[in-house]
Write a protein that binds this ligand. Structure first.
Ligand code: ADP
Ligand code: ZN
Ligand code: ZN
Length: 745
């Protein structure tokens, strides 16, 4: 008997490889990476085949057999299987969570086509009978004539949602036998992500610098081996064209290309340019983003696994896209925080991209105007090579940066003004010249809160210990962590005083303020994170801005990324210090990156731009270095500070979070854990904490964290896991590990 055994990684229920037998009928078709159904205890669950063995290789006592082979095509190739193992071990997370991130739900669900219910008039009806049957039910009568009019089956969802018929009316008609229901496989809409961008410029002659950088990348590709190349180019230096040259070379070598961007909806130009350029080569560009419907994702998946498409552009999770013979991985804006996933599996998209490239012996290109310190360190250590673009296209000048010392305005106005006089003046000037401006707020947290001017209390979320944010549109206070909301109170919850005031510079407040300060003819529009959920609204706003219908765009730093508006000649940064006031050793790096990116948004057209940076700390290095900008200068100074403290990138930082409903209990176990670490220190690991996290409570759970600094993640994790396995943690307390943590709050 030709018997075969396989090792299967279940997708749910059991975080470990399990051995199964394969019955005769599946033996010839089963492959590594196939999705199978297996009996697990009394359940049947899905799993992925990780390895195939002859019967003698693995000894088993009672062998169970797989129940079903979901489909013959593997859902993961060998490289992705190896990648999943690395992620699970490096980021200390379950295989289940990794495979969950890698295999989209539609694929896990067995790639079943979706059926839809259609309703049609039953054939061969007698008119008289029909009108009698519907005599006393006007709604059914209306429905019947509608169906009759349409002459073809109508989607049930359309009847309900578009035409306003109720389920019960439909049911009634079906019950009388006047209509019948049929099931039909849904035809998906054509693949359309409405990311179209109006203007795609003709192809340009590459600049000399672009040519050099491209040929450097192509040289690396030609070595047909793994390599990481950093493309360090100032904003507006034309990095995208260089990526495209490398992509073309990779495709010509017969390989696939992965192009990662921090956020797809902020990169419509890149997508449009990709499409325009590669459709000429008859290449289909798959856009892999979070708004894809199940069907669209399935199509994208199929097109990639079958090799019909070889180019993927997408955000973080696209790093797992099933591209065959991957040859080139591009990580644009590699320094962006958005690449780090902040829930399990807490991987870093850039680092996974590098690792995946290594596994497939592909080339990874990390592009940025402001490389992260991690990347800069790898350049210093000669692990990565670097190509540079030092000049903006056509020698356009970087904008002139004005540092506005807000301490002076504050003294003059005896308060904390939002906008300085000189910024207001500059905004008015632009409007007069018919030029556009952008105003940046540092982050979404820059919100309106309710403050009691009698006792100083701020209205907080009872579960999350963060200030609630006031939304003028509906008068509600909202928690941005758990979604709790309540009507804004008219008196203070702490002292009952009526002196509760709204405080803060929410994007809305600034929009109002700017509208008031500007001439009536000026249009001021705001974009914020809430708008991101309504993707069309967001895109329309950006489109209007691009077409010059908006004079001043107010928004958080999400609009700082990758946008390119030629008519913008003024950029204002409302509060450049905010990142510096957060509890994060990367704050200065963040502030610097933001300023440089923001400055790059001005003066991209023919006119020179100006940037106004409002700050209470005009002498901080992030502000001074961004002024020139002196990127290497900043990196070197910041690197020195990190070196002294042996912070990342000199060591890895692991964050260990304890969560529990009881403050005392959570603190107790975090402290006990620290004692365990101190009793027998782990070699090469420095522990800090426990401390109450800056956001001390989320969704009713208190949070304490410890930080570990180590040179070897893997070794430290092994030691930690051994200790953790015998640590008697109360089952009401949960702990999580975040390797290479970026979020400190
Ligand atoms: P970066 O990503 O480096 O900030 P982009 O790739 O977005 O810069 O290019 C900046 C602008 O320059 C874009 O609007 C692009 O259309 C234009 N551009 C790029 N390369 C050339 C070129 N060789 N000649 C003329 N314009 C170019
Ligand atoms: Zn009060
Ligand atoms: Zn909350």
């Amino acid at each position: 008997m030709s018997e075969m055994k396989i090792e299967v990684q279940p997708l749910v229920g059991f975080d470990q490889l399990l051995t199964y037998g394969v019955s005769e009928k599946f033996i010839s078709t089963i492959k590594i990476g196939c999705l199978v159904q297996i009996p697990l205890g009394r359940r049947r669950v899905l799993g992925v085949v990780f390895s195939l063995h002859s019967s003698e290789e693995i000894a088993t006592e009672k062998l169970r057999f797989i129940s079903h082979l979901v489909q013959q095509e593997p859902v993961l190739n060998q490289d992705l299987i190896r990648l999943s193992k690395w992620i699970s071990s490096y980021y200390s997370c379950s295989m289940e969570s990794v495979l969950g991130a890698m295999i989209p739900a539609v694929v896990r669900d067995g790639m079943k086509a979706k059926n839809e219910k259609l309703i049609q008039v039953s054939p061969g009806l007698n008119k008289v009978m029909v009108s009698e049957a519907l005599n006393r039910s006007p709604k059914q009568k209306k429905l019947f004539s509608e169906l009759d009019k349409q002459r073809k089956p109508v989607r049930k969802t359309d009847l309900v949602n578009k035409l306003g018929f109720s389920e019960s009316t439909i049911k009634g008609l079906l019950a009388k036998g006047l209509a019948s229901e049929i099931l039909e496989v849904v035809n998906r809409e054509a693949y359309d992500d409405d990311l179209d961008f109006d203007r795609v410029d003709a192809e340009w002659e590459l600049t000399a610098e672009q040519k050099v950088a491209s040929s450097e990348l192509i040289d690396v590709l030609e070595q047909k081996n793994f390599g990481v190349q950093v493309l360090h180019g100032v904003t507006g230096s034309g990095k995208t064209e260089v990526y495209f040259e490398a992509m073309e070379a990779a495709l010509n070598q017969g390989g696939g290309v992965l192009f990662l961007v921090p956020e797809v909806s902020l990169a419509p130009q890149t997508v449009a340019r990709l499409r325009a350029r590669f459709s000429k080569m008859n290449e289909q560009v798959v856009v892999w983003h979070s708004h894809l419907s199940g069907g669209e994702r399935l199509d994208a998946w199929r097109n990639l696994t079958t090799g019909k498409a070889r180019i993927v552009v997408g955000a973080r999770s696209a790093v797992f896209a099933p591209i065959n013979s991957l040859r080139l991985v591009i990580v644009d804006e590699e320094h962006e925080l958005a690449y780090k996933q902040e829930d399990t599996p807490r991987y870093h998209g850039r680092d996974v991209a590098v690792y995946r490239a290594m596994l497939t012996r592909a080339v990874c290109v990390l592009g940025s105007a402001t490389p992260s310190l991690e990347t800069f360190r790898n350049i210093e250590r000669k692990k990565y090579s670097v190509s540079r673009l030092m000049n903006r296209i056509d020698g356009r000048k970087l904008p002139l940066m004005h540092i506005v010392d807000m301490r002076l305005d504050a003294r003059r106005e005896r308060g904390t003004p939002i906008l300085s006089q000189c910024l207001i003046e500059a905004l008015r000037q632009r409007h007069e010249n018919r030029e556009q401006s952008i105003l940046f707020l540092n982050r979404r947290g820059f919100n309106t809160t309710m403050l009691c001017t009698d006792c100083g209390a701020v209205e907080e979320c009872k579960d999350c210990s963060v200030a609630l944010t006031f939304h003028r549109t509906d008068g509600y206070l909202r928690c941005h962590l758990c979604g709790f909301r309540k009507v804004a109170p008219v008196f203070c919850t702490s002292c009952k005083s009526l002196e509760v005031r709204r405080k803060g510079h929410g994007t809305q407040r600034i929009e109002d303020l700017v509208s008031k300060l500007m001439p009536r003819s000026a249009t001021v529009v705001r974009v914020d994170a809430d708008m991101m959920t309504k993707k069309n609204l967001f895109r329309e706003t950006l489109r209007d801005f691009r077409r010059g219908k908006i004079d001043v765009l107010v928004g958080t730093q999400m609009i700082a990324k990758g946008l390119d508006f030629p008519n913008v000649t003024l950029v204002g940064v409302i509060d450049a210090d905010l990142p510096l006031r957060m509890e994060d050793f990367r704050a200065s790096e963040r502030a610097f990156q933001l300023l440089v990116q923001v400055a790059g948004r001005a003066g991209r057209g023919d006119r020179a731009g100006e940037v106004y940076v409002q700050t209470y700390a005009p002498h901080s290095p992030s502000i001074q270095f961004s002024r020139k900008p002196d990127i290497e200068g900043f990196l070197e100074e910041e690197m020195e500070m990190r070196r002294e403290l042996a912070y990342p990138p000199f060591r890895h930082l692991i964050r260990h979070i304890f969560r529990g409903r009881s403050l005392e209990k959570t603190e107790f176990y975090a402290t006990e854990w620290r004692k365990v670490l101190d009793a027998e220190p782990i070699p090469g690991l420095e522990a800090k904490g426990p401390a109450l996290a800056p956001i001390e409570k989320i969704k009713g759970y208190y949070r304490f964290h410890l930080f570990y600094l180590t040179s070897s993640v893997q070794e430290s994790l092994n030691h930690l896991a051994k200790k953790r396995a015998i640590f008697p943690l109360d089952n009401e307390i949960h702990d999580t590990i975040d390797v290479d943590a970026h979020q400190m709050s």
